[in-house]
Design a binder for this molecule. Structure first.
Ligand SMILES: NC(=O)c1ccc[n+]([C@@H]2O[C@H](COP(=O)([O-])OP(=O)(O)OC[C@H]3O[C@@H](n4cnc5c(N)ncnc54)[C@H](OP(=O)(O)O)[C@@H]3O)[C@@H](O)[C@H]2O)c1
Length: 336
């Protein structure tokens, strides 16, 4: 039987993250039609042919119509690139469908916030520039549930030095490192950090590297959701030298959380999530879990118009369960 759902438009669906996101969405939602939007229609069509119920269209972000035919109808717009025109968000608002912004650092979201504030009742807007498509922040909030009061959260994501993602990711990562100082919360104050940018961190294999503060939305989400007085997010890059074929884990997330636990005791924990799949794949899993919820396809209620972060859209514990079904492994109360 043909699907009665309208397709979700995935701009950038033919890229590194996009191809993996489409596979992950298909796994979660076998009946959801998907339309890949890109400039290179030939390449996008090749990707579309690899998945059921998927087609491709050529898009032009310079146009408010995105260059799409007038009668085109979608159930949502997912933008897997930095859309400096914001036409993809305007398109979603015009058509009253959910929108995902996947590529913005915390210092870049003011134009979307202003556009949302002009039209708050038009559509649900999800910020998902968070690391690994929200996987890190949701895991942190899942782990924070063992605390009555959270004082400090330090999250680190570690990837391999040759795990670059696609060209668009590389451009974005360079911009993130170049443009702004990292924001963090220190003793109850928001600080654009100029000192203590790097810190040593012991990875899951017991070796230590320098990780570096990174200007991602995760710090704002974790601080808002937990009330922690100190929050930082660091990115570490693991050298590929000497690893040979030993790539496990390909990515890891390390969570150090301190506070008062639910029994009333002062407590510090370290939990780890590791995954043998690369940065693009783990990010695609986070994205697919969020898109499924945003479109109301996971059995939960429809999501009303509003401005969302992953932490206000998804239940952290359910999201972590789904991440483990995609292959992530959790190690609790690790001592290094
Ligand atoms: N939040 C997260 O966790 C997270 C994680 C990883 C990556 N990202 C972000 O995800 C994005 C995609 O990364 P990627 O590694 O998949 O990059 P990629 O492999 O370079 O893919 C980019 C995709 O966007 C399309 N595209 C680029 N410019 C376009 C334009 N002006 N109009 C229409 N389509 C355009 C490309 O197709 P055409 O060239 O055919 O147009 C391609 O499909 C990046 O912005 C990256 O920063 C976010």
């Amino acid at each position: 039987m043909a699907s009665t759902l309208k397709p979700v438009l995935v701009l950038g669906g033919s890229g590194f993250v996009g191809t993996r996101a489409i596979a992950a969405l298909r796994r979660l939602q076998p009946d959801l039609p998907i339309t890949i939007g890109a400039r290179d229609l030939e390449r996008a069509s090749v990707v579309a042919k690899q998945t059921t119920l998927t087609n491709a269209v050529k898009v032009d972000l310079e146009r408010t119509s995105l260059g799409l035919p007038e009668g085109a109808a979608y159930s949502g717009v997912v933008t897997l690139l930095k859309d400096d025109t914001l036409n993809s968000m305007k398109y979603a608002q015009t058509h009253g469908v959910p929108y995902v912004a996947f590529s913005d650092y915390l210092f870049e979201i003011a134009p979307q916030v202003a556009l949302y504030a002009q039209n708050p009742a038009k559509a649900p807007i999800l910020f998902l520039g968070h690391v690994f498509g929200g996987a890190a922040v949701l895991a942190a909030l899942h782990f924070a549930r063992q605390f009555r009061t959270v004082e400090r959260v330090a999250i680190a994501a570690i990837i391999h030095e040759d795990d670059h993602g696609g060209p668009t990711t590389q451009t974005d990562v360079e911009r993130g490192a170049r443009v702004a100082r990292p924001l963090r919360r220190e003793n109850g104050q928001w600080v654009w950090a100029s000192t203590d940018i790097e810190r040593p961190l012991t990875m899951s294999d017991g070796t230590t590297i320098q990780v570096r503060a990174y200007p991602v939305l995760d710090v704002a989400s974790v601080a808002a959701a937990t009330g922690a007085r100190s929050v930082r997010f660091d990115l570490g890059v693991r050298s590929a030298v000497g690893l040979g074929r030993e790539r496990s884990p390909a990515v890891e997330m390390i969570f150090e959380i301190s506070g008062i636990d639910t029994a009333g005791s002062s407590r510090s924990v370290r939990h780890e999530i590791t995954d043998d799949q690369n940065l693009s794949t783990v990010s695609a899993h986070g994205l697919a879990i969020a898109v499924e919820r945003l479109l109301g396809l996971d059995g939960g209620p429809a999501v009303p118009a509003g401005l969302y972060n992953p932490d206000t859209l998804l239940d952290p514990t359910r999201a972590v369960e789904k991440l483990t079904q995609f292959g992530s492994r959790i190690a609790l109360d690790v001592v290094r």
